[in-house]
Design a protein around this ligand. Structure first.
Ligand SMILES: C[S@@+](CC[C@H](N)C(=O)[O-])C[C@H]1O[C@@H](n2cnc3c(N)ncnc32)[C@H](O)[C@@H]1O
Ligand code: SF4
Length: 369
C-alpha cells in the first residue's frame, strides 16, 4: 500500500479529556542516544532490574494488550520504547491495537519511519515524531546520532502528513533549544502546508528529571508555564484543556496547533504514591506495559507498584493481575504539591533563572498581538 494514497481520518490532536492511555513499550533498545533520555532507567520501558531483558513473546504481549483493553478503564494506546519502529512485529501490534483501543498513537524518532509507515499508517490515529530543533547542527547535538537523522525526522513528518495522519512533533524544551522553538513551529507549519493534508501540532514537553540526568536538568530545565505565558502574549490566550488534574494550553499558528502542558500544575496520583518524591509530572494518566510484560502506573521500575503479565498466564490470570491497577486508576485524585515536593526532596531550588531566560525571547517574532 502506498501511504500517499491512504485516505485517513485525521484525529483531533486533543484526546477526549477522560481518555486514559496504555503506554506500550515494544522495545528496550534505541538507534539514537538523546542527551536527556534516561537510558539507564529504560527510556520509557519501565521494568524492575530482575526482569530487564526478558522480553515477552509477541503473542503474549498481544494477549496482555487485549486483557488491559478489556478492563474498559484504558481506551487509548500509545506505542513507545526505546524506539518502537525497531520492533519487527510493530505492524502486527499496531493492527491488533486498532481492534481493541479507541485511539492508537505511536511516538518515534522517525529514523525508520519511511520504511515502516506503509505497514502501519492505516491503523494509527496519531504519530508523534521527536524533533528538538530546526537547526540541523543543534538537532544532531541533542540526539547524538548521524547528521542524516535530522532529515529523516523531517521526512517522517512529511510522509505521515501526506498519509493524512495527525502528526504531533515532540520538542523537549531546554535552554539550549529555546531560541529554536519558533523555527520548529514554522518548519512544521511549512511541512503541513506542503503536504496539504493531515493535521499537525507541536507538543512542547517539559524536561523530566531522573537521577542520572540531574546535571543536565539543573542546567537546562525551563518551566513551561512561563513559556505558555509568553506564547499567550504573542498568539492570544488559546484554549485551556483540563486533563486528569493537569492544565494543557493549546495555541494556534499557521494552521498548526501548539500544545503546552503546565509543568508546575498538579498531577493525578493514587493513594499508594501520593507522597512519592520522584519527578512524575505525568501522574496516573494510564498504565505502562514494558516489553517484558511489566505493567505499572509508575515511570520507574518500582517493584511494589506493578505486576508482571508473564507469558504463561491464562486470560483469568491476566485479568486477576490487571484488575487492582485498573481499579486504582479510577480512584486517583489531584496532588497539587507534587512538583514542589520533588524539588525539596532532591535539594533543588528553582532559582527562577529559567523564567528569566525567557524574558528576552520572542517565541514567534513578527506576529505578536
Ligand atoms: C522516550 S521516547 C521513545 C520514543 C522514541 N524513541 C522517540 O524518541 O520519539 C518518547 C518521548 O519522550 C521524550 N523524552 C525522552 N526523555 C525525555 C526527558 N528527559 N524529558 C522529556 N521528554 C523526554 C522524547 O523526546 C520522545 O518524544
Ligand atoms: S530516540 Fe527516543 S528512546 Fe531513543 S534516545 Fe532519543 S528519546 Fe530516547
Amino acid at each position: 500500500m502506498s501511504t500517499a494514497s491512504l485516505s485517513h481520518r485525521a484525529a483531533d490532536p486533543r484526546p477526549d479529556e477522560t481518555l486514559r492511555f496504555l503506554r506500550a513499550s515494544v522495545t528496550a533498545v534505541c538507534n539514537l542516544n538523546c542527551v536527556y533520555c534516561p537510558k539507564d532507567a529504560g527510556m520509557e520501558n519501565h521494568v524492575p532490574a530482575g526482569l530487564r531483558g526478558q522480553r515477552l513473546p509477541t503473542a503474549a504481549y498481544l494477549r496482555a494488550m487485549a486483557a488491559i483493553a478489556q478492563t474498559g478503564v484504558v481506551g487509548g494506546i500509545a506505542f513507545t520504547g526505546g524506539e518502537p519502529t525497531l520492533n519487527p512485529d510493530l505492524p502486527m501490534l499496531v493492527a491488533a491495537a486498532r481492534g481493541w483501543y479507541r485511539r492508537v498513537e505511536l511516538t518515534t524518532n522517525g529514523r525508520m519511519l519511511p520504511e515502516r509507515l506503509p505497514e502501519i499508517a492505516e491503523h494509527l490515529d496519531v504519530i508523534k515524531v521527536s524533533l528538538d530543533a530546526a537547526d540541523r547542527g543543534l538537532s544532531h547535538a541533542i540526539m547524538r546520532g548521524q547528521r542524516a537523522d535530522h532529515d529523516r525526522a523531517l521526512d517522517a513528518i512529511r510522509l505521515a502528513l501526506r498519509a493524512g495522519l495527525t502528526v504531533g512533533v515532540n520538542v523537549v524544551v531546554m535552554r539550549r533549544n529555546l531560541p529554536q522553538i519558533a523555527a520548529v513551529i514554522r518548519t512544521v507549519a511549512d511541512l503541513h502546508a506542503e503536504a496539504d493534508t493531515g493535521t499537525a501540532y507541536v507538543s512542547l514537553l517539559d524536561l523530566y528529571y531522573t537521577p542520572s540526568t540531574r546535571r543536565l536538568w539543573l542546567q537546562e530545565f525551563v518551566p513551561l508555564d512561563a513559556l505558555a505565558g509568553r506564547l499567550a502574549d504573542e498568539l492570544g490566550d488559546g484554549v485551556e484543556q483540563h486533563r486528569k488534574g493537569c492544565v494543557i494550553r493549546w495555541f494556534s499558528y499557521g494552521g498548526v496547533q501548539i500544545r503546552v502542558k503546565d509543568s508546575h500544575e498538579s498531577t493525578y496520583r493514587g493513594e499508594r504514591c501520593r507522597t512519592c518524591t520522584r519527578y512524575c509530572q505525568e501522574g496516573f494518566y494510564g498504565l505502562k506495559l514494558s516489553v517484558e510484560g511489566w505493567l505499572t502506573p509508575c515511570p520507574t521500575g518500582a517493584e511494589h507498584l506493578g505486576v508482571h503479565l508473564a507469558a504463561g498466564l491464562d486470560d483469568a490470570g491476566l485479568a486477576e493481575r490487571i484488575a487492582p491497577l485498573a481499579k486504582e486508576l479510577t480512584a486517583t485524585t489531584a496532588t497539587p504539591d507534587s512538583f514542589q515536593r520533588f524539588l525539596t526532596s532532591n535539594d533543588i531550588t528553582l532559582d527562577e533563572s529559567g523564567r528569566r531566560t525567557l524574558l528576552p525571547l520572542t517565541v514567534l517574532p513578527g506576529i505578536a498581538s
